[in-house]
Design a protein around this ligand. Structure first.
Ligand code: CUA
Length: 321
């Protein structure tokens, strides 16, 4: 594996890594346009400076009467760059917004970064360390956090980078377009072994990926494990329709707007659920008493992600419990 892996991974001989995700070509096009634009402006300015400093050097016999106002030229050299820069703003904003909108059917993978490794888990519970297997041509969404320092998930061939930050979730999604292996780096200095916090993304044809995912899976699925935790930690004692304790029900919670006691309202996303588990008094739901204990220190980052996966899976339920 190592010999051809090295060749596939290196991308040697290229100025850039191969463009291997659906966003990579768009990012490259934007980058190239910026380089051409800025390069052109720099070269034109340089030539003008050179030309004028020779032509109007001291002692040269040239016409030095002050010019008449040149409104048209002045307006055009102001408005043209303005239009160009607004155009670039619109172009890059469109691509940037795409980064924040993972497709609904994207394959979820949870990522926990720690000093100094990447721990990843697929929805069916299959775990990986410093390796991520994904299918070609299908969107994948990573939900990331860190259990210590700030790390950054960087895949040059995908033109993607996203910090993994302790205490909250960040998201990154991509569609890999080429079968092969691509380097994964940590691009945030995170301690003495930072430079060795590397890995690889293995892009497989979808059928092969399906077999890979199903094979060697001795773990319960993420949501299933979350359900076990939910009972084990006693969450079900209160968050159950039959409970005598008055606690918010969790069915269909994810994605909904929640009204809080202090008048704020928040959208129930992964970070909201995480905060509710670790610091339950921060966002008390309107109409409920702040009686929930904190579970900080009792649940690991992986446990939290499993609990959240379980609660998110409750969204699919219809009708009364
Ligand atoms: Cu993790 Cu650098």
């Amino acid at each position: 594996m190592t010999a051809d892996t090295d060749i596939a991974l290196s991308g040697s001989g290229h100025l850039l890594q191969p463009a291997a995700s659906s966003l990579a070509d768009r990012t490259d096009a934007l980058f190239l346009a910026m380089v051409i634009l800025c390069g052109t402006v720099a070269i034109v300015l340089f030539l003008l400076v050179l030309f004028f400093s020779i032509r109007y050097r001291r002692g040269a016999s040239v016409d030095r009467t002050p010019p008449r106002p040149m409104r048209f030229i002045e307006a055009s050299w102001t408005l043209t760059p303005l239009a160009v820069f607004f155009g670039i703003f619109g172009w890059s904003a469109r691509d940037y917004l795409t980064l924040w909108q993972p497709p609904r059917d994207a394959l979820p993978v949870t990522v926990v970064a720690k000093q100094w490794m990447w721990k990843l888990q697929h929805r069916n519970g299959r775990r990986e360390i410093n390796e991520l297997h994904v299918p070609q041509g299908e969107p994948v969404v990573l939900t990331m956090t860190s259990q210590d320092a700030i790390h950054s998930f960087f895949v040059p061939a995908f033109r993607l980078k996203q910090d993994a930050v302790p205490g909250r979730y960040t998201r990154l999604w991509f569609t890999a377009t080429q079968v092969g292996e691509f380097r994964l780096f940590c691009s945030e200095f995170c301690g003495s072994e930072h430079s060795s916090m590397t890995g690889r993304i293995v892009v497989m044809p979808p059928a092969e990926f399906g077999r890979w995912l199903a094979a060697g899976n001795a773990q319960p699925g993420l949501a299933q494990y979350g359900f076990a935790l939910f009972r084990q930690l006693g969450c079900s004692g209160c968050h159950d329709a039959r409970s005598t304790i008055h606690a918010p029900l969790l069915e269909g919670l994810v994605g909904r707007t929640v009204h809080l006691q202090d008048g704020r309202s928040v959208v129930a996303d992964a970070t909201y659920l995480r905060d509710s588990i670790l610091t339950p008094r921060k966002d008390v739901v309107a109409g409920f008493e702040p009686v929930m204990p904190s579970f900080a220190g009792q649940v690991s980052e992986e446990d939290l992600q499993a609990l959240i996966a379980y609660i998110a899976a409750q969204g699919a339920k219809d009708g009364p419990p």
